[in-house]
Design a protein around this ligand. Structure first.
Ligand code: C5P
Length: 232
């Protein structure tokens, strides 16, 4: 088992998600539920994964006023999520209210989303941010650490800098992962292999299409796991 790989359940129905979970079997223990599946299928998807012994990264990407963020984090804790995401760009008050709400749930980690991996420097400029992606990621990660968050979400490209900068216990989750040898360009402006991301300092990787759309998802998962165990 390797809980460093979080498999993203980006599906339109609970049945499709359950199909992938079944295919991957006991070896895959950590799943991401995002806005699509949560909206389509409801929170029972999370409860069922947790009841089946899986851990759930509930990717709510919260950006709201502090009291609403706190209420949503509480709801995430109540359905049994292990990780929940909040946009760091919401600022310290939002991050602190998320951390405060999560205290009731010892298993629940609050992760601050820095800059989504599809954005580049030009996209940041468009929304009024003059910094580069790397500068912005580091700025927001510092804010998240100071607010007491358990970790951050960033692209693998920033993982090494983040590892050097953040306190040792902090979680670094990176999406933007491709299978080794897969040169096909996805919509990630910043991507790498799982092994490169972990080697650079990520504690977990989020992987969706490279596993879900592989001819044999269980084989793709096993190959990725083998690459990670070779790192140890
Ligand atoms: O690309 P892949 O299917 O592996 O994406 C898995 C997850 O990574 C998505 O559910 C999404 O939340 C996240 N992602 C991201 N930035 C992108 C593409 C995907 O953060 N550009």
């Amino acid at each position: 088992m390797d809980s460093r790989i979080i498999v993203s359940l980006d599906f339109a129905t609970a049945a499709a998600a359950a199909g992938l979970v079944r295919q991957l079997g006991a070896e895959a223990t950590f799943y991401k539920v995002g806005l699509q599946l949560l909206t389509a299928a409801g929170p029972s998807v999370v409860r069922e994964l947790v009841a089946g012994g899986k851990r759930v990264f509930l990717d709510l990407k919260l950006l709201e006023i502090p009291s609403s963020v706190a209420a949503a984090v509480t709801a995430a804790g109540q359905v049994g999520a292990s990780m929940v995401t909040v946009h760091a760009s919401g600022g310290s008050a939002v991050l602190r209210s998320a951390v405060e709400a999560a205290r009731r749930f010892p298993e629940l980690k609050v992760l601050a989303l820095t800059v989504i991996t599809s954005m580049d420097d030009e996209d940041l400029r468009e929304v009024g941010v003059g910094s580069t992606v790397a500068e912005q990621v580091l700025r927001l990660a510092r804010l998240a650490a100071a607010a007491g968050c358990n970790g951050v979400v960033a692209s693998p490209r920033e993982a090494r800098l983040l590892r050097e900068m953040l306190p040792p216990g902090m979680v670094i989750v990176t999406p933007g992962i491709q299978l080794a040898g897969d040169s096909e360009k996805s919509d990630h402006a910043r991507f790498t292999t799982a092994a490169q991301a972990i080697d650079a300092g990520a504690t977990h990787v989020v992987v969706g299409r490279p596993i879900a759309r592989a001819p044999n998802p269980a084989d793709a998962f096993a190959a990725m796991r083998a690459q990670l165990s070779a790192l140890r």
